[in-house]
Write a protein of this length. Structure first.
Length: 453
RNA sequence: UCCCCGAUAGCUCAAUCGGCAGAGCGGGUGGCUGUUAACCACUAGGUUACAGGUUCAAGUCCUGUUCGGGGAGCCA
């Protein structure tokens, strides 16, 4: 008999005479002469209630089934006589596949996130983490769908790289040299190699060939960041579009966020409701807002003026030229506008070399998308496509022309205006689930001093 | 990296002013009931993170270390 997944079984319109399911025991309730087994196979949040009675030949074994055990159950799908579920499986055969002794650490009560992080190899078997990782999968699919439907090409940029997307952060060194040996010419590549911090520079090259492209892959930052919003290894989505200015870039960023939140509302209702009930009471209104409200757009200079007029007791004083601090971003998106905000045209002094200089000579065509609870979820810009301007910016920032020769050369051969942005995938998952720690939206998180599993 | 907070049974937490280390859940045993985080009874379970110090007496006070969390910076 072929195995059926529980999420399909529970959607059944009629009783089914014989089915086979396999999964893990979440809990068991014994009565005299029969037992209820809550079975979960990961295909959905809801458990299947299995009714096993003493007529089964191995009923003694079933009585001893423990939480966490893996079983295969054959039986008949029948309407449940009890409250709380439409269907239940009346077992005709229950076979034990894998036992779980009483040391199994997951209980049916609530555990803390901190404890579950210490058993990351098992936490996906809980309701919350199972739901989070199902949503993660669904979001990844939706990202591809969004771009593919708009004619974007999915490209793969290198993970090992010798280039350095200046300003993106500290890098992990990759080497085959034994400890203590420092002769770089002896190393695998003969030059310093690192894990990528961004695929942007390479994505630009592909955009200047294929038109509209996007990357979606792992990136690495060796920053000693100890916050709930930073991980050393995270996934980033980076579209790059030829013949595209900052206005169109912002429009795409907004469309992407709205599409993804809408997709999750439409396709992950059961899992989203779990988060709305137990993690963030305000989640559903937030998601509706993200999916439906037009994002506010405000130039940096105007954002600074709003903050100056706000009379808020900011820890960091505001004036033109400062980078916006977390408290400023929060005020703008959570209080002043009450919805997502795109701040654009930042001073050139606080932004990297590749952003396009505006005509005012002091700002660049950059933008940050700010959302409640998280702050910056997207950072992007129109890239400097003019060779002379780019070379001058690099000289001002003491970057070597030799190292970026290929990047510069792209501005000499058919250079066109182009734009792109980076979206942190984990921050997106935090946004749509209400989970407030990045360590809980990636199955096996990497943070400073933490690389277990 | 900086600031703040924390670490007590497998898990979640109590323990008053420095004075006998406890409960719920989970585990075990038995009972009971178409149950729903089932219920009832009994039961086992502790180097109070680690190392030092103060004190007649330390889970509690002091110093250091480790680990965890929150905030900040860096950023996505």
């Amino acid at each position: 008999m072929q195995r059926i997944k529980i999420h399909r079984l529970l959607k059944s319109a009629a009783p089914i005479e014989a089915v086979l399911v396999m999964g893990w025991v979440r809990t068991k309730r014994d009565a005299k002469g029969f037992s209820f087994i809550e079975l979960n196979d990961g295909s959905c949040l809801t458990n299947l209630q299995v009714l096993a009675d003493e007529a089964l030949p191995n009923y003694e074994e079933i009585r001893r089934l423990t939480t966490g055990s893996a079983v295969a159950v054959q039986g008949e799908l029948v309407p449940s006589k009890g409250q709380g579920q439409q269907w239940e499986l009346k077992a005709t055969q229950v076979s034990l596949i894998g036992t779980a002794p009483e040391t199994y650490p997951l209980q049916k009560k609530r555990h803390t996130d901190e404890f579950l992080r210490s058993i990351a190899h098992l936490r996906a078997r809980t309701n919350k983490y199972g739901a989070a990782f199902r949503i993660r999968s669904e979001l990844a699919y939706a990202v591809h769908r969004f771009f593919q439907e708009r004619g974007f090409r999915y490209i793969h940029t290198p993970i090992l790289t010798a280039s350095d997307c200046e300003g993106a952060g500290e890098m992990f060194r990759v080497t085959t040299l034994p400890p203590g040996i420092h002769e770089i010419e002896e190393d695998f590549f003969g030059v310093e190699a690192n894990l990528t911090v961004s695929g942007q520079l390479e994505a630009e090259m592909l955009a200047l060939a294929l038109g509209d492209v996007y990357t979606f892959g792992p990136t690495f930052r060796a920053e000693n960041s100890n916050t709930r919003r930073h991980a050393a290894e995270f996934w980033m989505i980076e579209p790059e579009m030829a013949f595209c200015d900052l206005q169109e870039d912002m429009a795409l960023a907004e469309a992407l966020i709205r599409f993804l939140t809408g997709h999750v509302l439409d396709h992950c209702a059961e899992d989203v409701n779990l988060f709305a009930r137990f993690v963030d009471k305000n989640l559903l209104p937030q998601l509706e807002l993200l999916a439906n409200a037009e994002f506010a757009r405000v130039p940096y200079a105007e954002a600074v003026a709003i903050l100056e007029k706000s009379k808020q007791p900011f820890e960091y004083p505001v004036s033109f030229g400062i980078d916006l601090q977390s408290e400023h971003e929060r005020y703008l998106t959570e209080q002043h506008f009450g919805k997502p905000v795109i701040v654009y045209d930042f001073p050139k002094t606080i932004k990297p070399f590749y952003m396009r200089l505006n005509d005012d000579g002091r700002t660049v065509a950059s933008m940050d998308v700010l959302v409640a609870g998280i702050g910056e979820i997207i950072g992007g810009s129109q890239r400097e496509e003019r060779y002379e301007m780019l070379a001058e910016r690099m000289a001002q920032m003491n970057l070597s022309k030799e190292k970026y020769w290929w990047y510069l050369e792209s501005r000499q051969y058919g250079s066109v205006p182009h734009s792109g942005f980076g979206l942190g995938f984990e921050r997106l998952i935090m946004l749509v689930t209400g989970i407030n720690n990045i360590r809980d939206v990636i199955p096996f998180p990497r943070t400073p001093r933490s690389i277990d599993f």
